[in-house]
Design a protein around this ligand. Structure first.
Ligand SMILES: Cc1cc2nc3c(=O)[nH]c(=O)nc-3n(C[C@H](O)[C@H](O)[C@H](O)COP(=O)(O)O)c2cc1C
Length: 243
């Protein structure tokens, strides 16, 4: 199985989204998948011009000369794709959205009806067939992913993909291990993510049990508020972050 993760963080350096994607891909690699993580911020990706040349004049090809042709090849040669993004203003990053808009070249201009009678474009390529959504955000509650939960369902319907799993992590700022006292919690969580990668490479999806375990709080909320919230607020006040 070929699994490619497209990480939409705007950072080119350390990324909390990348920590989750790395753990997942490590598990998938252990289970025999061929894996790669692509950082979109390292590529030139211009916004779609909405010219629709890719549907009529140059079917399947975009007129913009940038890195999207190579990235689209990676996308359509994958069995399963991971779309990974930090939460930016309650949604996926602008960069991931620009990337997704440019994937319009992978659609066929003809319309069809899905199993519920709702319109969508036919697909042009047989692959990918599955998607795993990955995200993290600064705030600790899992409700900050409400928009993404709906968005990725709609996207999968639109793009003919099975939603094979969702890995959403509140309090994602902790994943880099900046609070040593939480390291056991972080290790336990990243092991679950690795397990999700192994499971997906073996069975094609994350099991319901593991999906539920992945949604549990990273650390108890009172501990988060006691330690992390104080650090954040001290930094916002321009003070050195103590405990
Ligand atoms: C422009 C911008 C908007 C953000 N909006 C939110 C938000 O609405 N909710 C939230 O919990 N975190 C928000 N964050 C915080 C990021 O989701 C968080 O720092 C995340 O860990 C970054 O992941 P990364 O290191 O992979 O970029 C925002 C960050 C940025 C830069």
């Amino acid at each position: 199985m070929i699994i490619t993760a497209f990480n939409g963080t705007h950072k080119t350096g350390p990324s909390n989204t990348a920590i989750i994607a790395d753990a997942f891909l490590q598990g998938a690699t252990e289970a025999g998948a061929r894996t790669e993580q692509i950082r979109l911020a390292n590529h030139k990706i211009q916004p779609c011009l909405a010219c629709k040349a890719c549907w009529q004049k140059t079917p399947g090809k975009c007129v913009i000369q940038d890195d999207m042709a190579a990235l689209t090849e990676k996308f359509i040669n994958s069995d399963l794709v991971i779309l990974a993004s930090p939460i930016y203003t309650d949604n996926v990053s602008g960069l991931l959205k620009v990337f997704l808009d440019r994937l319009i070249t992978t659609g066929d201009p003809h319309w069809e009806f899905d199993e519920h009678g709702e319109s969508r474009h036919c697909r042009r390529h047989p692959k990918p067939t599955r998607l795993v959504a990955v995200s993290n955000c600064g705030y600790p509650e899992q409700t900050h992913f409400d928009v993404l939960r709906l968005f990725f369902r709609r996207l999968c319907r639109n793009m003919h993909l099975e939603l094979a799993g969702e890995i959403y992590r509140g309090a994602g700022g902790l994943l880099a291990g900046i609070v040593p006292e939480f390291s056991e919690h972080i290790d336990r969580y990243l092991n679950l993510v690795k397990q999700a990668g192994r499971e997906t490479a073996k069975t094609g999806r994350i099991s319901a049990e593991l999906q539920q375990a992945l949604e549990a709080p990273l650390i108890p909320l009172p501990d988060f508020n006691r330690i992390f919230l104080n650090k954040v607020n001290q930094l916002a006040d321009g003070l050195p972050a103590g405990n």
